[in-house]
Design a protein around this ligand. Structure first.
Ligand SMILES: [Zn+2]
Length: 540
């Protein structure tokens, strides 16, 4: 049993938080100075805060604290109660770990950890010492690369942390760890090698270049507006270029990779199983960018670049240059996604039409739609309602009437109810754009969100999470039946992915770092914003 963290500033005097009492003293100008073993070096407030937060008393809720170290090459320090490491990338992109103290908190970087799936089920929400963190240097450096929007340090929740008072749920994501970062990656259909399950992984930034490859756009054109290479690369090993007449990307928000594949193998998701029978799925899935949250990874999937380049650092972040808190993942702002994209970034739809000017594209139930010929967000923008998607409630079908809803009792969850309506509308839109193959788009992107609702409500493997996958599968089956009726299924290449994974919170693991942050910032003489929570901006 983990005791809840009582909000007591005395924590700062306990072992593990000893920096307050023994390592710092007041310098000649009133600033804090380190008097630790490394000598008389100024302790920047960021490092002092990181040390305060990475204390043993908060270890049950804080998995990692990370902050950038400017320099050439730039580096990131990752700390927790057990140790600290400095990470950087070599010129050829290899990760380097320099142990600073104790045990490397991100020493295990295996992207295929907890596979086969029974290993994950046997050790859900593992502690840091048993966990894995794929590509920590690349992902954290990318996260800290935005000059105005990257925070000064980031606090990563432990997998089991339950924080309903800050918007947390029974199922959560956002961490750097392998399970919350693992989204499915399944390619199927025209031109695809039917390898079944493959012990390998891709990355979320590989989605856009892979879609371009499937649509026949050559690799030298997988570039942003300034001609720079994308961060991701096409999985040319899994599919031929341009073999399908139609390319369809499916994003099932928060769909748990291993549970999806396990349920498909058990015959519980017949439409996914049908795709898998004609394709390949990576058991390590697609590794999400950090943080493993929704809008950051929708944007990475659809631009092929990491958050430090596309600028959508999270669902909520602060922009120092604008002096504005940006609520990017919200029904009132989804249709404004292009407002947050950094200059030079192109969407997959823009890269497609740059290469193939006559190619049409459709982007359904997805915020990141700039450049798509047809999109849901265009309809919302055209409506001109400042409530955005929230203003179109009257246009959505009633949840009770959905023929794809397996368990009506889940409608008691308001988010599940709303997602069911949006997803039925999404199916309606994709059937409409495929009403006639002669006018159907070259590239279609169709997002499904009930899977996020189901996994938040109960965590992975819960009844509600698995029912949400079944509902999504029924909608996909309806679409496949429509394509069968048109006689074009064999001409389609599919890519099924998600934006992140999920882990279950433990309702006994509660607490907040707010008090420690308050006291430490007060003693260091800095003000702060904590967005998320976890994105700490000093003197904002
Ligand atoms: Zn999501």
């Amino acid at each position: 049993m983990v005791r809840p963290h009582s909000l007591n500033p005395q924590y700062l005097g306990e072992p593990g938080c000893h920096w307050m009492t023994s390592r710092l003293t007041v310098g000649p100008y009133g600033q804090f100075m380190s008097v630790g073993p490394s000598g008389q070096e100024p302790a920047p407030p960021v490092e002092a805060l990181a040390v305060a937060l990475a204390c043993a008393d908060l270890a049950h809720i804080i998995d990692l604290v990370a902050y950038p170290v400017p320099g050439d090459p730039p580096a990131v320090v990752v700390r927790n109660a057990d140790g600290a490491v400095r990470l950087w990338l070599t010129e050829s992109g290899e990760e380097r770990h320099e142990l600073l103290t104790g045990r490397d908190p991100v020493g295990n970087t295996d992207p295929l950890a907890f596979l086969p799936y029974r290993l994950e089920c046997a050790d859900p929400g593992p502690d840091n010492s048993r966990n894995s963190y794929p590509e920590p240097a690349r992902r954290l450096l990318a996260f800290f690369a935005d000059p105005d929007r990257s925070p000064d340090l980031v606090v990563v929740h432990s997998p089991r942390h339950y924080f309903p008072e800050h918007g947390g749920h029974r199922g959560e994501h956002g961490s750097l760890d392998v399970i919350q970062s693992r989204a499915p990656f399944l390619i199927s259909g025209a031109g695809v090698r039917a390898l079944g399950l493959v012990a390998d992984h891709a990355r979320t930034v590989d989605v856009a270049p892979t879609l371009l490859h499937l649509a026949g756009v050559p690799a030298e054109q997988h570039r942003d507006a300034d001609g720079a290479s994308l961060d991701g690369a096409a999985r040319t090993d899994l599919a031929e270029a341009g073999a399908g007449r139609f390319v369809i990307g499916l994003l099932w928000d928060g769909a748990h990779c291993s549970d999806l594949l396990s349920m498909a193998a058990a015959g519980e998701l017949p439409a996914v199983a049908r795709l898998l029978a004609a394709g390949s799925a990576l058991t390590g899935g697609a590794v999400a960018e950090f943080p493993s949250v929704t809008l950051c990874n929708h944007t990475s999937a659809l631009t092929g670049v990491s958050p430090g380049r596309h600028g959508v650092l999270g669902n909520i972040f602060y922009d120092r240059a604008r002096g504005e808190r940006i609520l990017a993942n919200d029904e009132t702002t989804w249709h404004r996604s292009a407002d947050w994209l950094r200059p030079g970034v192109l969407t997959v739809f823009e890269m497609l039409t740059r290469a193939q000017p006559s190619a049409h594209s459709a982007c359904l139930n997805e915020p990141i739609d700039r450049g798509a010929t047809t999109s849901t967000m265009q309809v919302i923008r055209a409506a001109g309602d400042e409530r955005g998607a929230g203003g179109l409630d009257d246009l959505l079908p009633a949840a009770e009437d959905s023929p794809y809803l397996g368990q009506p009792r889940h409608l008691q969850d308001r988010y599940y109810r709303w997602c069911s309506r949006v997803d039925d509308a999404g199916l309606g839109q994709v059937l409409e754009v495929f009403a006639d193959p002669a006018t159907a788009p070259r590239l279609t992107w169709w997002s499904t969100i009930v899977t996020d609702a189901g996994h938040h409500a109960g965590g992975p493997r819960s009844e509600v999470a698995q029912d949400s996958l079944r509902d999504a599968d029924r909608r996909l089956a309806a679409f496949l039946a429509h394509l069968d009726g048109l006689g074009v299924t064999e001409q389609v290449t599919f890519l099924l992915t998600a934006d992140h994974g999920f882990e279950a919170a433990d309702e006994a693991v509660t607490g907040s770092w707010a008090e420690v942050l308050d006291v430490a910032c007060a003693r260091l003489g800095v003000t702060y914003r904590d967005e998320g929570p976890g994105f700490i901006y000093l003197n904002p």
